[in-house]
Design a protein around this ligand. Structure first.
Ligand code: 1CP
Length: 361
């Protein structure tokens, strides 16, 4: 399937390949920079689009998803686009209802229980995500090769959390109860999610994603023991199988892992099979830079999203300091978590331009 798609779809050649080069450990003229959640509510033009369409209407209509994806690129000199979608499209494709409530976020009114778990519609789940592939293909053409396009997925544990909690949670205690009281059911669920995530990432790659990121946003609720048992093996399996399945194609698509708050397993992130390790804003760039020096991975991060509230000169100073502390070798500049809805559009421009002001030798 992968090869046949390449033959049918000669996408425009990539012009700005900074981010892909750095992900693979190659040299560039400048540091690449993009922003997690760069196409979102802080953009007035996105708010306007949302007044006309529901969140999932935008996700499911390739033309609209493409439009939202391109919004931040029209304003800022970003080195990548990320397809407009959400991590919760997987629970939805598994048959769960997901509502996007304004000011609240995602709500799953009928959360997963041990009893209703067998109702998950695993068969055909990935084919119900075809619209994400279509949105990616549409966007690849619209991008005209300007910058690479990210695909993404939630990680197994993070998706498990939302499915059991029925939305975001301050503690993830219901989902963690599964880990402590129902280890077999937990593993069964994580296996299902691992399988669907793998196929979903491959679908996105087949349809034109040039790099893919796995978001383990709820890593912070676990500890080293739980993360070793319920996350690392699944994350490793996803990277291994995605890489294995694309090995025979000419597509050497880099993989990124971003595990928010997984400081207790930072060193282990290097050996999971991902090319890039996302660093969240709570970590010290100097320590992380030293820890990963001479390791075979690229780092991504990690400015505090709230640093965008600071005065312009202060923001530039903090950005420079962070880059100096990480070191400019194998670094993709980003925030250390998704941008907040009340972020200032001008501050984003300041941040992006500050990164590009640095000329690498
Ligand atoms: O530019 C982009 O990155 C847009 C695509 C994108 C991505 C990568 C969206 C659009 N969501 C995500 C990932 C995502 N979604 C994550 C992982 C990143 C992270 O940790 O921030 C998570 C945890 C979600 C779940 C989610 N969806 C939340 C968080 C809820 C919580 O408190 O736990 C929220 C608020 C959403 C809704 C959402 N997703 C995306 C947008 C633009 C929005 C706003 C919804 C709206 O317009 O009403």
């Amino acid at each position: 399937l992968i090869n046949s798609l390449i033959m049918q779809q000669p996408f425009p050649p990539l012009k700005n390949d900074r981010l892909i080069r750095v992900a693979k450990g190659l040299k560039t003229d400048k540091l690449p920079v993009w922003i997690m959640r760069q196409a979102g509510r802080y953009l007035p033009e996105f708010q306007e689009l949302r007044r006309e369409y529901s969140f999932f209407e935008i996700c499911q209509t390739p033309k609209l998803a493409c439009e939202a994806t391109l919004m931040p690129l029209k304003r800022f000199n970003l080195d990548a686009a990320i397809i407009f979608s959400d991590i919760l499209v997987i629970p939805q494709a598994l048959g769960m209802t997901v509502e996007m409530q304004p000011g609240v976020g995602p709500v799953l009114p009928k959360p997963l229980t041990i009893e209703n778990m067998k109702m998950l519609q695993v068969q055909g789940a990935v084919s119900r995500l075809q619209y994400v592939g279509d949105a990616i293909t549409t966007t690849r053409y619209a991008l005209k090769g300007e910058v690479p396009l990210f695909g993404f997925s939630g990680a197994p544990w993070t998706l498990m959390g939302y499915m059991i909690e029925g939305g975001g949670s301050k503690t993830m205690s219901k989902a963690k109860k599964w880990l402590y009281c129902h280890p077999e059911a937990s593993k069964q669920l994580l296996d299902i999610l691992t399988e669907v995530i793998t196929e979903f990432l491959l679908l996105q790659i087949e349809h034109g994603a040039q790099i893919v990121q796995v978001f383990d946003s709820s890593a912070e609720y676990l500890n080293r023991q739980l993360y070793f048992k319920y996350c690392l093996p699944y994350l490793r399996k996803i990277a291994y199988n995605v890489k294995r399945r694309i090995r025979d194609t000419k597509m050497d698509v880099p993989l990124v892992i971003f595990a928010k708050g997984a400081h207790f397993c930072l060193e282990e992130m290097e050996s999971l099979g991902y090319d890039v390790v996302g660093i969240d804003w709570t970590l010290d760039p100097e320590k992380v830079g030293n820890l990963f020096r001479d390791k075979n991975v690229t780092l991504q991060g990690n400015l505090d999203p709230c640093a965008l509230y600071a005065p312009k000169e202060e923001l530039i100073k903090m950005t420079m300091q962070m880059i100096k502390q990480f070191g400019t070798d194998r670094l993709i500049v980003n925030l250390g978590h998704g941008i907040y809805p009340d972020a200032d559009v001008e501050a984003v421009k300041t941040f992006v331009d500050a990164v590009h002001a640095i000329e690498l030798k």
